[in-house]
Design a protein around this ligand. Structure first.
Ligand code: RIB
Ligand code: CA
Length: 303
């Protein structure tokens, strides 16, 4: 590890695995968090923004939190996945405590534009929720496509989806935004379910990581046990960040990627013939990634 840390804007819908991604970020000296931007997804944006503010305080981060899109580009928002992330989006852990500040000034997509322009060639956008904020930023300021260091996305399913047999949640929540982001002339890395499904934090590893990780993942792991027969839970969103810090854990191909809109394949991602090249991490060394995550965060304290 050497040189200046990579500048990150984390676009997120916390979310249990989003919380683990923030925990990972906070532990990595090679990543510097410029801002947290929120989006609907695992809960409504009111809730995901409250969760981001709570996590910032709990984890001890100092980056601003900017509230973002409350619905997809077409104005619609599906039901929140409370059976996976709990009623409060964070596994129904106790979020009481000192009152939280309001979000920082500026809408998410507007701050993305300002920060990318302020640090030309240096900012990596890491999107671990629906891609609505990124699409709004692109729509408002197409020049940012030539100014980012990169865009890394947890999203997509080339084989089996998780909200339908074809579609992954982040893309399914706003396929129109995803299509815009994947068609823009900026360097995109996609970390789809095909890779993240193998990155399973077991219940015993979660317990060993400490009370906070154990508590926040308990309900999430129970949902994965019930629906996918897993012992533990996939580190979907953590994997997007690890693709920056330990890219050797992934096997990739580069191809233009399209997004199906409408019909039974709504939200499905697939290789297409024409379009900007996207680096797709189709496979991950799941055990290696989980080990890397646990070594990075170290033992965590109480809830
Ligand atoms: O499909 C996994 C993704 O959807 C993750 O970002 C998770 O947080 C959920 O929103
Ligand atoms: Ca997420």
């Amino acid at each position: 590890m050497s040189g200046a840390p990579r500048l990150i804007i984390l676009d997120t819908d916390p979310g249990v695995d989003d919380a683990l991604a923030l925990l990972y970020l906070s532990a990595r000296p090679d990543l510097k968090l410029l801002a947290i931007t929120t989006v609907f997804g695992n809960a409504d944006v009111e809730t995901t923004t409250r969760n981001a503010l709570w996590l910032r305080d709990r984890i001890g981060l100092s980056a601003p939190v900017h509230r973002g899109a409350e619905a997809a580009l077409n104005g619609q928002r599906g039901a929140s996945p409370v059976h996976v992330h709990g009623q409060n989006g964070l596994g129904d852990i106790d979020l009481s405590g000192p009152s939280l500040p309001t979000p920082d000034a500026g809408a998410a997509h507007a701050r993305i534009v300002e920060l990318v322009r302020a640090h030309p060639g240096a900012v990596t956008l890491v999107a671990i929720g629906p891609l609505t904020n990124l699409a709004l930023a692109l729509r408002a300021a197409p020049d940012i496509a030539g100014l980012v260091a990169g865009v890394t996305i947890m999203g997509g399913a080339f084989a089996l989806g998780n909200v339908t047999p074809f579609a992954e949640a982040n893309i399914h929540n706003d396929p129109e935004a995803a299509a815009m982001v994947l068609a823009a002339p900026w360097p995109v890395t996609l970390v789809p379910l095909d890779a993240t499904r193998s990155c399973v934090l077991s219940t015993s590893d979660a317990r060993a990581a400490g009370d906070f990780v154990e508590a926040i993942t308990r309900g999430y792991a129970a949902a994965y046990a019930k629906h996918e027969g897993l012992d533990g839970c996939p580190l979907h969103d953590v994997a997007a960040l690890v693709s920056l810090t330990a890219p050797g854990l992934f096997t990739s191909k580069t191809t233009p990627v399209g997004v199906d809109q409408g019909g039974e394949r709504h939200g499905h991602t697939r290789p297409i013939d024409r379009g900007p090249p996207v680096r797709v991490h189709f496979q991950a060394d799941g055990a290696g990634l989980v080990d890397h995550f646990l070594r990075s965060i170290g033992p965590q304290g109480g809830q």
